[in-house]
Design a protein around this ligand. Structure first.
Ligand code: COA
Length: 389
């Protein structure tokens, strides 16, 4: 297997345009799904067990009693009704409450690479692209199951792609940062075809015992094929412009790292899982992202009110409603700002790509739209696109 940068682009400079487009996308959805009703039933059973087992300590004031979750709260606060997961039974077992994914031998494909490959194959098929003609694979996701070898290189190997691959993590903005990185390779002539794969097994970083956030996340994998316009299929999306932004914030944080280990069973190590100040995130990120979109539309000389569709990050229905309203100048309907939150939950960086994948075929030649992510860091990314045919 060759892992150095391919120089195909340099071999035929005359034939390439340096104009990046989205040739296709792919989606893998886990079969299993947890409804809010199932989730709340198991959470409340865990709460009852905890309060029963700690009754004396709670009465003495040494341990805090836990409170029930509610289906109504979850749906009203987030818009989420269900989430797909890779490992349902242990998550809704009140004695376990986290996914249990068996370790695999080193000669078996890892689970992140496996679901990434499934999404990537679909993207390749939809573009009619032979893997041999892809130059690079970026595995862009908010969590990696190991530091090395890179999941991207494993995906590259499984698909039979020559060239190079690497992993990158920008939390919920990993996919849009990946798209800009891929687009920059095309713009620079360093690659003509780049796969951006986002396997998001977010159930592994969610604290399923935390009432404030136990309902937020779900699992999925997406893939985006970014190519030079010269090699792209007839049906593609021109990339009109990409913009990235980061602003440091502790309001979404996960302290897990190679110098420590997550122990979901131990309350003392809850910071090794996803932690957030949801209200602050809501208040700070909405204006930041809306302004970023408006500024970038102005730079690209696009009328934001004329955007045909927004494929926004899928974290919270209320945030999306407010951002879409500020960008479009009116309350957006489902056609203008589709949501997949109800069935997928928050799938981190994959959310806006799922929305784009599921709700873009009906647009017409010349229609413009926006893929936009926002999340931990803070990080935000915009990809303005136009349907080419
Ligand atoms: N069931 C029932 N009640 C709950 C609950 C649950 N699961 N979780 C919290 N509550 C209660 C709280 O105790 C609080 O009660 P109080 O008012 O008596 O103190 C009340 O509901 C409101 O809690 P709060 O956490 O302020 O809710 P919220 O309206 O801010 O909604 C989020 C919570 C997380 C859904 C929302 O803040 C959000 O989505 N923020 C943005 C998150 C985001 O995008 N993060 C990015 C992740 S990548």
């Amino acid at each position: 297997m060759q892992t150095t940068q391919d120089t195909t682009a340099e071999k035929s400079p005359g034939s390439l345009t340096g104009r990046p487009v989205i040739s296709s996308t792919g989606l893998f959805t886990p079969e299993e799904s947890i409804t809010n009703e199932e989730l709340v039933e198991s959470f409340n059973a865990f709460v009852d067990l905890h309060n029963e087992r700690n009754a004396d300590a709670i009465a003495a004031g040494a341990v805090e009693a836990l409170h029930h979750s509610s289906v109504e709260f979850i749906e009203k606060a987030s818009g989420i009704k269900a989430r797909h997961v890779m490992s349902k039974a242990p998550i809704i077992d009140p004695e376990t409450m986290c996914p249990r994914l068996d370790d695999r031998d080193n000669d078996e494909i890892s689970i992140m690479a496996e679901i990434g490959v499934l999404a990537a194959r679909q993207a390749l098929e939809r573009a009619g692209r032979d893997p041999k003609d892809v130059d690079a694979v970026l595995c862009a996701a908010s969590n990696m199951q190991r530091p090395y070898p890179a999941m991207a290189i494993e995906i590259q190997e499984a698909l039979g792609i020559e060239g190079f691959g690497f992993d990158m993590n920008v939390a919920c903005s990993s996919a849009t940062f990946g798209i800009q990185t891929a687009a920059d390779y095309v713009r620079a002539g360093n690659a003509k075809s780049v796969l951006v794969v986002s396997p998001e097994i977010t159930s592994g970083h969610l604290n399923w015992r935390d009432r404030d956030s136990h309902f937020i996340f779900g699992d999925v994998a997406t893939a985006v094929l970014v190519e030079d316009a010269a090699v792209a299929p007839h049906q593609h999306w021109d990339i009109l412009g990409t913009k990235l932004k980061t602003v440091f914030s502790n309001n979404i944080r996960n302290n897990f790292g190679f110098l420590n280990r997550a122990h979901p069973e131990s309350a003392g190590d809850a910071d090794k899982l996803f932690v957030q100040e949801g209200r602050k995130v809501f208040k700070e990120v909405v204006p930041m992202v809306a302004q970023m979109i408006l500024d970038e539309a102005e730079r690209l000389e696009l009328n934001p009110h004329a955007l045909r569709r927004l494929w926004l990050h899928q974290a919270n229905a209320g945030m999306n409603r407010l951002i879409a309203q500020r960008v479009l100048g009116h309350e957006a309907n489902e056609d203008e700002s589709p949501t997949v939150l109800d069935t997928y939950g928050n799938t981190s960086s994959a959310g806006s790509i799922i929305a784009f994948h599921l709700s873009s075929d009906d647009l017409k030649k010349g229609d413009t739209g926006l893929i936009c992510s926002f999340g931990a860091g803070y990080s935000a990314g915009t990809v303005f696109v136009q349907k080419a045919a």
